[in-house]
Design a protein around this ligand. Structure first.
Ligand code: ADP
Ligand code: MG
Length: 220
């Protein structure tokens, strides 16, 4: 599903504060795989995940999703690919605190090509999937960390993506919530979703099919 060949990425290229973050990342992720990306803080994990999510560009190398080369594409085309194939759970949830749960998880539907007539029903179904059906009208600001993470996951899966990306999804959770969130990812994976999780948690990473460790911008 995913093929990365010699991906390089620098921030502030050509300037005195240039930072070479990814130094030739090559790997493949197959359909239906559940993969963990681990590595120290600052290693380049989020940067790599953002490139895979088509929300950040890379400088050289090649990145393919389903044999489609993601390179020099218009923002419109990238947005279409994201809507069609990818759900992402960002490190800080990236929810709108003043919106209700239902409003938050319906955000991606507004960007999708075909606005669905049954958007609310769909949103409620997805809420059920993450065990949050009783929170539909609650403002996100009133939720706990674990609840917010469920809503972030609900929003990531509402367009039925084949690829789910999650950046430290259990980073701010206690152990009970960590287990519940991981069970959610395992069950999505059993339903056939390909999942890539960035994590600090060694124990959690070992429950995945494969671990990719990044150190100083390289896979080790
Ligand atoms: P990780 O997720 O592994 O902790 P990141 O991919 O977030 O690491 O960051 C890798 C390095 O790139 C860090 O040194 C970080 O400060 C830097 N970095 C990340 N994003 C930017 C940016 N937009 N501009 C400049 N530097 C950045
Ligand atoms: Mg990070």
């Amino acid at each position: 599903m995913i093929k990365l060949i010699g991906i390089e990425k620098s921030f502030n290229p050509g300037k005195s504060n240039e930072l070479h973050v990814l130094k030739g990342i090559s790997t493949e992720v197959k359909d239906g795989e559940l993969v963990a990306i681990v590595g120290k803080s600052g290693a380049g994990k989020s940067t790599l995940l953002h490139i895979i999510a088509c929300i950040d560009s890379y400088d050289s190398g090649e990145y393919y999703i389903d044999d489609l080369l993601i390179k020099n594409m218009s923002e419109k085309k990238l947005a279409n690919i994201r809507n069609e194939k990818i759900g992402i759970v960002m490190q800080d949830f990236s929810l709108v605190e003043d919106f209700t749960v239902l409003e938050n998880i319906m955000i991606p539907l507004d960007f999708a090509k075909n606005k669905r007539p049954n958007a609310k029903e769909l949103a409620k179904e997805v809420l059920k999937q993450v065990n949050m059906e009783n929170f539909a009208k609650e403002k996100v600001r009133n939720l706990s960390g674990g609840e917010k993470q469920r809503i972030a996951i609900a929003r990531a899966i509402i367009n039925n993506p084949s690829l789910i990306l999650a950046d430290e999804p259990t980073g701010s959770l206690d152990s009970a919530n960590t287990e519940a969130i991981m069970d959610l990812f395992f069950s999505l994976n059993k339903q056939g979703k390909t999942i890539i999780i960035v994590t600090h948690d060694k124990e959690l990473a070992e429950k995945c099919h494969r671990i990719i460790e990044i150190s100083d911008g390289r896979i080790i």
